[in-house]
Design a protein around this ligand. Structure first.
Ligand code: 13P
Length: 257
């Protein structure tokens, strides 16, 4: 049985005060929830907020993570944040290969594969590997082939023993921040295709245990139908996660399904 997981990706939003208000609101909402809920929640704020947020959420079931990590571990690499700093901040997960990293900061498939291998071999962090096609690719009907290729490239160096720690997020680029979400049927079809690729690479068991998230214009209004997909195990949420009430609503929908 796969535990659902909903991750807030705050991207480049919020300061310390807003973070505190958000954490208070979320903790308040969670007080009436079961002590051991069967839906996992996580928030990935910008780097400087990881440590304060993990302190604020220490008594709560909400995990905190990073949106990226450097391939460099230590040295003269101005502006980078490495795995050792992440470990020290209280981060438990790390998003890798987000389309904004790929497209705005030119991260290549090879770099993402290296980062994934580094996180798996040198840390206990849960890597959330993002894949997904552009509108151009979707219009040609090549989304499954494209996403499969991205996935196979990222998994290239992963051993069978470590594969079970990976979470995958299917985020079609045309749905990110556009208000146009994938239809529940499209999200399900792509998550199923991803599971098949993973199973072919690491075995049926690993495939059936893999958690696959959908991301792209998730809102409380569309979430129930998307999350109903058999292979959709949760969400990676941008815009709607900036509001603690909306984020909590997504969680409750997942709890109730
Ligand atoms: P939106 O939910 O704002 O579309 O962003 C999705 C996303 O990129 C999460 O990583």
């Amino acid at each position: 049985m796969r535990r659902p997981l909903i991750i807030a990706n705050w991207k480049l939003h919020k300061g310390l005060e807003e973070t505190k208000a958000y954490a208070d609101r979320l903790k308040g909402a969670l007080t009436d929830e079961p002590e051991y809920p069967n839906v996992d929640l996580a928030i990935c704020p910008p780097f400087p907020l990881i440590h304060p947020l993990s302190e604020m959420l220490r008594e709560s079931p909400v995990a905190v993570g990073a949106q990226n990590v450097s391939i460099r571990v230590e040295g003269a690499f101005t502006g980078e944040v490495g795995i050792n700093q992440l470990k020290d901040t209280g981060a438990q997960i790390v998003i890798l290969g987000h389309s904004e990293r790929r497209n705005v900061f030119n991260e290549t498939d090879d770099l993402i594969a290296e980062k994934l291998a580094l996180v798996l071999t040198e840390t206990n962090l849960t890597p959330v590997l993002c894949v997904g096609e552009s509108l151009q690719v979707r219009e040609k009907g090549e989304q499954a082939a494209f996403t499969t290729r991205q996935l196979e490239s990222a998994l290239h160096n992963v051993s069978d023993e470590l594969a079970g720690r990976i979470v995958i997020a299917y985020e079609p680029i045309w749905a990110i921040g556009t208000g146009v979400n994938a239809t529940p049927g499209d999200a399900q079809a792509m998550c199923k295709a991803i599971r098949q690729v993973f199973a072919a690479r690491f075995g049926e068991n690993a495939g059936s245990e893999l958690r696959i998230l959908y991301g792209g214009s998730i809102k409380p209004a569309n979430w129930r139908d998307i999350f109903a997909g058999e292979d959709v195990d949760g969400g990676l949420v941008g815009g709607a996660s900036l509001d603690a009430t909306d984020f909590f609503a997504l969680y409750q929908i997942a709890l109730g399904s």
